[in-house]
Structures are given as structure tokens and as C-alpha cells.
Design a protein around this ligand. Structure first.
Ligand code: SF4
Length: 278
């Protein structure tokens, strides 16, 4: 059967194949947590801003950008399962998260949005096939920029990541991209190349990549230079994931922060039914 995989599916599979089984095979959707509402709200405001520029309109001014993020947060937060006193399953406070969302949106708008190259694609959904493999890759690229809008050969694929705290190394001036985000960006590079190819055997040069971190106290753009070898390794991971899925193998990966009552939404269905004295 042909399957569509995304970088976030690979991320979930890498954390725990059993989570993937619950979510993508059994279709057990979990209500989003507040942090997801925050992230999607900043992305929506950013997409509105850059889509305006793409359509030759002015982008959103700072206040309008923050308002757009607040409005998008309210809409996204309506999907979150809050307790009576306004906390999500991770214990985050609904009102405090909204303030953080607006602060992060303001940072991103003030510190980065006017300093990027010309946008040439915003929230672009791309589907990439790999020869006769029985799966395809579906990606959504936050933002693709070029020094001159007309020049699509020298591009940077940018991924916006909202965080509550500075990313690793940022305070010391040596920010880094964590492994799962790195794989995600490499797949974006591959997807962009495949889309921009004029013929299957004539792929353009790999785009530059940048992880755009925004948190309440700052922003930083962390570049990543993709290589064909690094991309091929991630594609190999997708092949291995597909082989295990086809064989019906979904082992529990219990080691790590993700396997706990507070962090795995499938805990009650999975580990709680087995373990009583962890
Ligand atoms: S409870 Fe642990 S093993 Fe089970 S799905 Fe969640 S992370 Fe995986």
C-alpha cells in the first residue's frame, strides 16, 4: 500500500513506534496541548505576513502581527483540552501561554521578518516520490526565500521553531540544531530540490537551510548546510520505518523523557495498563 510520510511522522516513530501505531494506524488523535496552540498561532501570523508580501502587499505591521497571533492562539486554544482551572495535560496555563505566544510573535516580527530575503514560497505543501518506493514524503515548508525573488536557484528553506527557552548554545553564542529538527530540515531540502527539478535526473543544487528559533527573549537563525550523504541517511531511516510498518512491528520505546504519564498522551492506553510500580 502506498503511504505518505512526513518529517513529524518520522520524528514520532523515532521517539516511539508504538506512539506512531496509535496515532497513524489506529487514528487515535490526541487533543493538542497548549504549546502546540502557541506554535501554530505564531506560524499563522507569520504566514499571513509573508503571504501578503508574496502577493505584493505590505506585510503586517508589528501590532497587527501580534493581534493576528493572539487571534490565532484563541482559535487554536479552543481545541485544547483544558482543565477547569485552565491548565492543559502538561500543566501549562492557558492565559500565560497566550502572553508568551504574543511575546514570541512580537520578537519574530521585530527581529527577523524585515531582515530575510524575498519570500518565494510560504507554507508550501510538497509531495515527493522517490523512484518506485511504495511511499512518498509530504512536507510543508514554512518559508522559502531568495536574495532576489526571481532567482530560484539560490534559495534558503527556513523553518520557524517557537520555544519557551533559548535553544541549546544560544546564550553562549553557539546555537545548535537538535537532531530531529536537523533531519526534518534535510527532508525539506530534498523536497524543495525535487519540486524545483526540471527533469528527474537534473535536480538543482541543494538549497541552504536555516532553523529560525524564536523564544520570549530572543531570536536566532541557525544555518545548516545540507549534503547529499546526510539526506540519503534520513531517506534510509524512512525506508527502515516503512519496512517495519509493513511488517507490523511497533515496539514500545520506553527509555527517555517521552515515555511518561505527563509527556505521552497514550500513556493510559499503553504503559498504565501494564506497569503499576514504575
Ligand atoms: S507510553 Fe511509552 S511506550 Fe507507550 S506509546 Fe507512549 S512513549 Fe511509547
Amino acid at each position: 500500500m502506498n503511504r505518505h510520510y512526513s518529517p513529524s511522522q518520522l520524528g514520532m516513530w523515532t521517539r516511539c513506534p508504538r506512539q506512531w501505531q496509535y496515532r497513524y494506524l489506529e487514528g487515535l488523535m490526541l487533543p493538542p496541548v497548549g504549546a502546540m496552540a502557541l506554535g501554530s498561532a505564531v506560524h499563522r501570523a507569520s504566514a499571513r505576513h509573508f503571504n501578503g508580501i508574496l502577493a505584493c502587499r505590505p506585510g503586517l505591521a508589528h501590532a497587527a502581527f501580534c493581534d493576528a497571533a493572539a487571534e490565532a492562539y484563541d482559535a487554536a486554544a479552543a481545541e485544547v483540552d483544558w482543565t477547569g482551572d485552565g491548565h492543559d495535560r502538561e500543566g501549562e496555563d492557558r492565559g500565560a501561554l497566550k502572553d508568551t505566544c504574543v511575546t514570541i510573535a512580537g520578537r519574530w516580527r521585530a527581529e527577523r521578518c524585515d531582515h530575510l530575503d524575498t519570500p518565494i514560497a510560504v507554507e508550501a505543501r510538497l509531495e515527493t516520490v522517490f523512484g518506485d518506493r511504495p511511499w512518498s514524503l509530504v512536507t510543508i515548508l514554512d518559508l522559502v526565500t531568495s536574495p532576489s525573488g526571481a532567482d530560484t536557484t539560490t534559495v534558503t528553506v527556513r523553518d520557524l521553531k517557537t520555544k519557551r527557552k533559548a535553544p541549546a548554545g544560544a546564550i553562549r553564542g553557539t546555537p545548535s540544531i537538535d537532531e530531529s529538527v536537523r533531519d526534518q530540515l534535510l527532508l525539506y531540502a530534498e523536497a524543495w530540490c525535487a519540486t524545483a527539478a526540471t527533469a528527474p535526473d537534473r535536480r538543482p543544487q541543494l538549497p541552504a537551510l536555516a532553523c529560525e528559533y524564536a523564544w520570549p527573549r530572543g531570536t536566532v537563525s541557525v544555518p545548516l548546510a545540507p549534503s547529499r550523504a546526510a539526506i540519503d541517511l534520513v531517506i534510509e531511516d524512512l525506508d527502515a520505518m516503512h519496512a517495519q510498518i509493513s511488517a507490523g512491528l511497533f515496539p514500545r520505546r520506553r527509555q527517555g523523557w517521552h515515555c511518561a504519564e505527563k509527556t505521552c498522551g497514550y500513556w493510559s492506553r499503553c504503559m498504565a495498563a501494564i506497569v503499576t510500580d514504575r
